[in-house]
Ligand binder design. Structure first.
Ligand code: MN
Length: 250
């Protein structure tokens, strides 16, 4: 029984010398490799606008992985764009949120990474800092490292008793950091499980333990920090496997 992990992608439009423009939907290899390495079968989910097609994809999945990507449209949490807001793709946000709503109903295990964590929070009615450096009250650390992502740059403190602390086997960790947005207020049923010393939220999870969101990129740390590979291992072998067993028994 190989758990199937649905993975959403990133969207890019760019000029092409051959065509007017090229529209590309892609998934960074590191996410797919992390799923495969830990015994899962990654299933790329394309941009869909029909809920029926979304259901069809989700019915095939035992877990859902939302990867990193562009900024989230602040209109989705009732704000106008801050001047430091980066690239937003409102139609992609809406597609991911619609897919998430269906996955929430199924109580499907979800792992959100970077933007993925933020989209989960917004889908649950939470808010984001559009730019942590401009909008956070505290003086922020460096959260956009300029060195390779396989090396952690800042420390995080993990909430004792959280699912994340159990998976990492510690209330402290060192993580990479490639973001300028972060969770501000948690959405319904979500709690903060890790922060950096400047108070920025670095992880969230649902109180029913079906959703984990991390602000860093564990997929880039799987070969350098064993506990980060453990995060994928737990998601696939415990959470997705349990979901699959539940599906098979009904
Ligand atoms: Mn960070």
């Amino acid at each position: 029984m190989t758990p199937i992990i649905g993975v959403t992608g990133c969207y890019q439009v760019f000029p092409s010398p051959l065509f007017h423009t090229v529209e590309r939907y892609y998934i960074n290899r590191s996410y797919l490799d992390a799923v495969k390495l830990n015994g899962g079968l990654p299933l790329p989910i394309p941009i869909l606008d029909d809920p029926e097609h979304m259901e069809t994809y989700l019915d095939m999945c035992d877990g859902l992985l939302l990867p990193g990507g562009w900024d989230v449209d602040p209109a989705l949490f009732g704000e106008d764009p801050h001047r430091k807001l980066g690239v937003v793709q409102p139609d992609i946000d809406r597609y991911e949120i619609e897919l998430l709503q269906l996955a929430f109903k199924k109580k499907m295990p979800i792992l959100g990474i970077c933007r993925g964590e933020q989209v989960i929070n917004v889908a649950k009615g939470g808010t984001l800092f559009q730019d942590i450096h401009e909008q956070s009250e505290s003086e922020t650390l460096l959260h956009q490292q300029t060195y390779r992502g396989s090396i952690g740059i800042h420390r995080i403190t993990v909430e004792e008793g959280s699912l994340l602390s159990e998976i990492l086997g510690s209330t402290e960790a060192r993580t990479n950091s490639m973001h300028h947005q972060a969770v501000k207020d948690c959405g319904e049923g979500l709690v903060v499980t890790a922060r950096t010393s400047d108070g920025i939220v670095e992880a969230i999870e649902s109180t029913d333990r079906t959703i984990i969101g991390v602000q860093w990129h564990p997929e880039l740390l799987i070969h350098t920090q064993e506990e980060m590979n453990g995060l994928f291992n737990y998601f696939i072998h415990e959470m997705a496997m349990e979901y699959r067993r539940g599906k098979c028994s009904t």
